[in-house]
Design a protein around this ligand. Structure first.
Ligand SMILES: Nc1ncnc2c1ncn2[C@@H]1O[C@H](COP(=O)(O)OP(=O)(O)OP(=O)(O)O)[C@@H](O)[C@H]1O
Ligand SMILES: [K+]
Ligand SMILES: [Mg+2]
Length: 699
C-alpha cells in the first residue's frame, strides 16, 4: 500500500509547520490592541446617538441628564443657589459617564470585530474544481457551490467550502480559523474527515463532498457570531436588567418627588443637583459594564479557541453540575497502540499474529494500524493477498468489532472480548478456559484487550495500551472542589474502565457505553435538576450533544455533531470542557461581584450628597457633613466624578473577569459578598474624600 503511515505523515507535518517568530507575534498583538482602542474611542462617541443609547436605559437616563444640564443655563430654571460654572461642569461629567460606559462596551466588542475582519479575508471568493458526474472537472466560483457538490482540491489550493473528505489523505492548514499554524491531517472516513471552507491544503490532495449551501458555511456563522450580530441578552442578563431597571425607576420617583417635600419645608432644590443625585444613585456602574462583561466572557471563550453559539451557552457552562467525559482521547491520550499479543488455550503466538494482521489490514483506525505496525515490527509472517476479494467489516461502536469476510467464506474478527466471545459462541465455538482471566489481567493494568477469532475459533488477545494524560487527577480534584461531578463514559470493558477511572480520579464511570447510552445518562442527571456538559465528535453523539446543557463539539468532528452542539472547540481538544466551565463560572461571578459593588457604592454617595443638598438651603445642617467634605458643591461634584471614573477603573476587571479559585458555590458567594460588598461600601468613601481634596483646590 503506497499510503504513507500515520507517523510519517505527522513527521512531514512538522517540516511544513513553520512558526512565526515570537517577536513578530508580540508586535502584531500590540498593533491590534492599539487599533482596537482607537476604534473603541471612536465608537464611544458614535454610540451617543440616542437611538442607540435607548437600548441601555440606565445610561440613557444619564444622557438625558446631560442634555438637560446642557440647556439649563439658557432657561429661566437655573437657580442662583449654585455658581454659574456648576451646570456646565455637571453636564461635562455626565457626558464622560456615558462615554466611559460606551467605551467599555466598544472595547469588548472590538476584539470580536477584529477577529471577524480577519475571517472575512479568508472568505474571499476563490475558484473551485467542481467534479461533474462523468468525473471531469470544471472551474466554478466557490460561492456557487451547493450541498451535495463534489470538489477536488490539490496542494496549495484553498478548500472552497465546508465538507467531508470522500477520498484522499492530506495535511490542511486551518490557521485561518483556529489561529494554530500547525497543519492537521484530513482523510476520508473516521474522525478526521470534516473540512472547513477557507482552509488550505498544504500537501497531497482531497476529494470533498460539500455539506453547506452558500451563506450558511461555518465561516459565515463564525463571522456573525464574533461580530456579535446575533448576540442576544441571556436569561440571566434579562433578569438582572429588570432588577436594575426597577431600582432606577424607584430612584427616579424619589428624586422627582423630593422637591415637593423641600418646597413644603420652604426651600427650593437646584435641578442640576437633583440630576446629579439621581445619576449617583441609579446603578450606572453595573449598567455601564454589564454588556462588556457578557461580551468579554464570550471573548475569553473565543480566546481559548472555543466558539460559543450564544452567551447563554457560556453562562450555562458556569452553572454546570455534571460533566460527562469520554475515556479514550479525553482522559487518556487515545493513541491506543498494540503493545503485545497473548495466545489463549493451546494456540500459537504466530497464529494470533497472523489473524490479528489479517483482521486489521483494511482497518484504518489507530488501533487497526497499530496492530499492523506491531506485527510488522516483530516480523511475524502473514499474507496480505489473503484479503483479496474479501469483504471488509469496518469497526462500529455498536458491534465493537472489526474484521473481514474472506473469499473462501472464512470470517475473521477482532474486537471487545465480550463481543467476540458472544460471536464465537454464535458460531458454535468454544472459549478457551484462560481467555477471560488473561483479558482481565490486561484490563486490570488499564489496557484494552481485543480478542481475535476466526469463525468459531478464538486464537488470542491483542493488548492495546493507552496512557492517562498527566495532570488529570488534579483537574478532577479542582472540579470536585467546585462541586462538579465527573462521569467517564466508555465503550471499553468494566475492568479497564474501573482501572482508568481510579487512576484518573473521576467520580463515576459507565463501561460498555454505546453512544445512545450517553443521552440516557444526561437525561437521568437532568431529571435530578442538574445541568450537564459533554463533549463529542461523532454523528452518533449529536443527539446527546443537543440534549446536554453545554454540548462542546470537536471541530474535527462531523457536521451533524457541530450542528447539534452549542459550542465548538477549534482545537478539537475534549478536555477543554473543563476550561469552558471555569470561564462560565468566572463570567457569572464577575457580573455578580460588580453588581454588588455598584449597589453598595450608593451608601457613600448618600452620605456625600444628601447632607450637601440640605446644607445649601440650611447652612446649620453642617453637622450632617460627617465626611468633612470641603463644601456642599464640592461634595456633589466629587460624588458625581467618582461615579464616572469608577467605570473605566473597573473596565480591566470586567474584561479579564475576577480571579477565580475553585471552591464551592456557597463559599464563593460568601467570599465575594465580603470583598465586593464591603469594598463597595468603603472604596467610595475614600475615593470621594480624595476627589474632594483635589476639587477643593479649584473652587
Ligand atoms: N478498530 C477496532 N477494531 C475492533 N475493535 C475495536 C476497535 N477499536 C475499538 N474496539 C473495541 O470496541 C470497544 C468500543 O470502542 P469505542 O470506540 O466505542 O469506545 P472506546 O474507544 O473504548 O471508549 P471511549 O468511549 O472512551 O472512546 C473498545 O473498547 C474496543 O474493545
Ligand atoms: K450610580
Ligand atoms: Mg472511541
Amino acid at each position: 500500500m503506497g499510503k504513507p503511515s500515520y507517523i510519517e505523515q505527522q513527521k512531514r507535518l512538522q517540516v511544513v509547520n513553520q512558526a512565526v517568530s515570537e517577536e513578530e507575534r508580540i508586535e502584531r498583538a500590540r498593533m491590534l490592541e492599539e487599533d482596537i482602542v482607537r476604534q473603541a474611542l471612536k465608537q464611544s462617541v458614535l454610540k451617543l446617538n440616542p437611538a442607540v443609547m435607548i437600548k441601555n436605559p440606565i445610561m440613557f437616563a444619564v444622557e438625558i441628564g446631560f442634555f438637560i444640564t446642557l440647556v439649563l443655563p439658557f432657561t429661566s430654571l437655573e437657580s442662583s443657589m449654585v455658581p454659574a460654572w456648576f451646570n456646565p461642569i455637571v453636564s461635562l461629567v455626565l457626558l464622560f459617564t456615558v462615554l466611559f460606559a460606551n467605551f467599555a462596551e466598544a472595547l469588548a466588542e472590538g476584539r470580536g470585530k477584529a477577529q471577524a475582519n480577519s475571517l472575512k479575508q479568508s472568505k474571499k471568493e476563490i475558484h473551485a474544481n467542481l467534479m461533474k458526474s462523468d468525473g471531469t472537472l470544471v472551474k466554478v466560483a466557490s460561492t456557487e457551490l451547493k450541498k451535495g457538490d463534489i470538489v477536488f482540491v490539490k496542494q496549495g489550493e484553498m478548500i472552497p467550502g465546508d465538507g467531508e473528505v470522500v477520498k484522499g489523505l492530506a495535511s490542511v492548514d486551518e490557521s485561518a480559523i483556529t489561529g494554530e499554524s500547525a497543519p492537521v491531517m484530513k482523510e476520508a472516513g473516521g474522525d478526521f474527515s470534516s473540512v472547513t471552507g477557507g482552509t488550505m491544503v498544504v500537501s497531497d490532495e482531497l476529494t470533498i463532498l460539500i455539506t453547506s449551501n452558500p451563506g450558511e458555511s461555518f465561516i459565515d456563522k463564525m463571522i456573525a457570531l464574533v461580530e456579535g450580530a446575533k448576540r442576544q441578552k441571556t436569561p440571566n442578563e434579562i433578569a438582572l436588567h429588570t432588577v436594575l431597571m426597577s431600582l432606577t425607576l424607584i430612584f427616579l420617583i424619589v428624586v422627582v418627588t423630593l422637591p415637593v417635600f423641600t418646597s413644603y419645608l420652604g426651600f427650593e432644590l437646584d435641578i442640576a443637583i437633583l440630576i446629579a443625585l439621581l445619576v449617583c444613585l441609579i446603578p450606572t456602574t453595573i449598567g455601564g459594564l454589564l454588556s462588556a462583561i457578557g461580551i468579554a466572557g464570550m471573548d475569553r471563550v473565543t480566546k481559548f479557541n472555543v466558539l460559543a453559539m450564544s452567551g447563554k451557552a457560556v453562562e450555562a457552562a458556569g452553572d454546570i453540575n455534571t460533566i460527562i467525559l469520554d475515556k479514550t482521547g479525553t482522559i487518556t491520550f487515545g493513541n491506543r497502540m498494540a503493545y503485545t499479543l497473548v495466545p489463549v488455550g493451546e494456540e500459537r503466538l504466530d497464529e494470533v499474529a497472523k489473524w490479528s494482521a489479517v483482521s486489521s489490514i483494511l482497518d484504518e483506525t489507530p488501533e487497526g494500524r497499530s496492530v499492523i505496525d506491531y506485527v510488522q515490527s516483530k516480523a511475524y509472517p502473514y499474507n496480505e493477498a489473503m484479503i483479496n476479494g474479501g469483504e471488509f467489516v469496518p469497526f462500529k461502536a455498536e458491534t465493537r468489532m472489526s474484521g473481514i469476510d474472506l473469499r473462501d467464506g472464512t470470517k475473521v474478527r477482532k474486537g471487545a472480548v465480550q463481543a467476540i466471545v458472544e460471536w464465537v459462541k454464535e458460531q458454535g465455538g468454544r472459549i478457551p478456559h484462560d481467555t477471560l482471566k488473561k483479558a482481565d489481567q490486561i484490563a486490570a493494568e488499564g489496557g484494552t484487550p481485543l480478542a481475535v477469532a476466526v469463525n468459531g475459533h478464538l486464537y488470542g488477545l491483542i493488548y492495546l495500551k493507552d496512557t492517562v494524560k498527566p495532570g488529570m487527577r488534579e483537574r478532577f480534584d479542582q472540579l470536585r472542589k467546585m462541586g462538579i461531578k465527573t462521569i467517564m463514559c466508555t465503550g471499553d470493558n468494566p475492568l479497564t474502565a474501573a482501572t482508568i477511572a481510579k487512576e484518573a480520579g473521576v467520580d463515576e464511570f459507565i463501561a460498555e457505553c454505546k453512544p445512545e447510552d450517553k443521552i440516557e445518562v444526561i437525561k437521568t442527571e437532568q431529571a435530578k435538576g442538574k445541568l450537564v456538559a459533554m463533549t463529542g465528535d461523532g454523528t452518533n453523539d449529536a443527539p446527546a450533544l443537543a440534549q446536554a446543557d453545554v454540548g462542546l463539539a470537536m471541530n474535527s468532528g462531523t457536521a451533524a455533531a457541530k450542528e447539534a452542539a452549542n459550542m465548538i472547540d477549534l482545537d478539537s481538544n475534549p478536555t477543554k470542557i473543563i476550561e469552558v466551565v471555569s470561564i462560565g463560572k468566572q463570567l457569572l461571578m464577575t457580573r455578580g461581584a460588580l453588581t454588588t459593588f455598584s449597589i453598595a457604592n450608593d451608601i457613600a454617595k448618600y452620605f456625600a450628597i444628601i447632607p450637601a443638598m440640605f446644607m445649601l438651603a440650611i447652612p446649620e445642617m453642617e453637622v450632617l457633613n460627617i465626611m468633612h467634605l470641603h463644601s456642599p458643591i464640592s461634595a456633589i461634584l466629587s460624588a458625581l466624578i467618582f461615579n464616572a471614573i469608577i467605570i473605566p477603573l473597573l473596565i480591566p476587571l470586567a474584561m479579564k473577569g475576577i480571579a477565580y479559585k475553585p471552591m464551592s458555590s456557597n463559599a464563593l458567594l460568601r467570599r465575594n459578598l465580603f470583598i465586593y460588598g464591603f469594598g463597595g461600601v468603603v472604596v467610595p468613601f475614600i475615593g470621594i474624600k480624595l476627589i474632594d481634596l483635589i476639587v477643593a483646590l479649584f473652587i
